[in-house]
Design a protein around this ligand. Sequence first.
Ligand SMILES: Nc1ncnc2c1ncn2[C@@H]1O[C@H](COP(=O)(O)OP(=O)(O)OP(=O)(O)O)[C@@H](O)[C@H]1O
Ligand SMILES: [Mg+2]
Length: 379
Amino acid sequence: MNASTQERRNIMKMISPTPDDAMIVFDGVSKSYNGAVALHETALAVRRGEFLSLLGPSGSGKSTILNIIAGAIAPSSGRIFLNGADVSTVPPRERQLGMVFQNYALLPHLNVYDNIAFPLRIRGASNAEIKQKVGDALERVSLVGYEKRKPREMSGGQQQRVGIARCIVYSPSVILMDEPLGALDKKLRDQLQGEIKKLHRDLGTTLVYVTHDQEEALNLSDRVCLMNGGRIAQLGTPDELYFEPVDEFVADFVGESNLFAGVLRDDYQVELDGGWLLRVRSAQGFLPGERVKVMVRPEKVEVAAPGDASDAHPNRCVGTVNQISFVGGMTRFEVRLADGRTVLVKGISDRAADRIEVGASLALRWAAHNTVVIKANQG
Ligand SMILES: Nc1ncnc2c1ncn2[C@@H]1O[C@H](COP(=O)(O)OP(=O)(O)OP(=O)(O)O)[C@@H](O)[C@H]1O
Ligand SMILES: [Mg+2]
């Protein structure tokens, strides 16, 4: 059974015996434009109430997925289920989804109150209901008192709060956000990330969030769906993507990593090109003789005392410090080994580490369970 058949079975399991688990399901959904594939045939299930990020480089298909959920793009194949119902042919308006865009998409001639009231008015809500719901939404995004302002009289961060209020005001069961913080500076992004996370917790809504910022995705999400070239590269918790990447692309895209090429000798050993034998975490699913990559996260590399022979850290090497940089409370070293490899080391800055200088000789070590075998990229 190939991977996509297995995936499809998992999806079908989610649709039929346990429909309550899945809020959004893609069954074999794809999208092509004049023969150019934007999204390969995809199986995807978003759980009820979860915060799922679509992460990936530019052009990897993130917005395509979001817009197919919203109904703004018609798929070339496959079916879309929302809350158990096939909505493949249901027009966007009737899907009852909330949408937040990067460019805010506010109505410039309407003030804040009327912008937020807009989705309720087109649904024929009474004035009393509108007043109560807009008031509640304004409170949730901390904009009470701004009712009469026009969008142009507000900062980018405030305009996006209006965008979010307009989205949540009619309590959609699914909220879709496409790079909502993309136009804001770093500090404001951090602040609004916290607010979006809290909002999601308070409302319990299913939220699908597009970003190309891996830190943002890891920070916000219950699960991250990493896209690459119109396919899902990996779907998992932030922890799984970081510590158990399925391949080199994922290891490289999510956080920093040391990646070494080699050949699997047995379940617990990889021989790197040039003959260095590394002890690795159990390499289940790989065959002896297979070409693989070995990943060690820089914060898992320790600076060892010279002559250290601890059994817990079978992987050791000695090199010369090539570069040192301080990133916040972290210190980052590049250590050049005699064989030409470079090992990246990251640790919490402390006095001992701060005494290490460029050109110094340094012994490094890391544990076998932090030495992860992953699939090498093809070619
Ligand atoms: N209307 C269209 N016509 C033709 N090709 C399109 C169209 N819309 C998107 N594509 C192509 O589909 C692919 C996926 O696009 P998509 O917008 O989903 O990427 P993305 O991951 O959201 O990227 P970004 O981070 O740049 O927003 C891209 O190669 C893009 O050029
Ligand atoms: Mg996009």
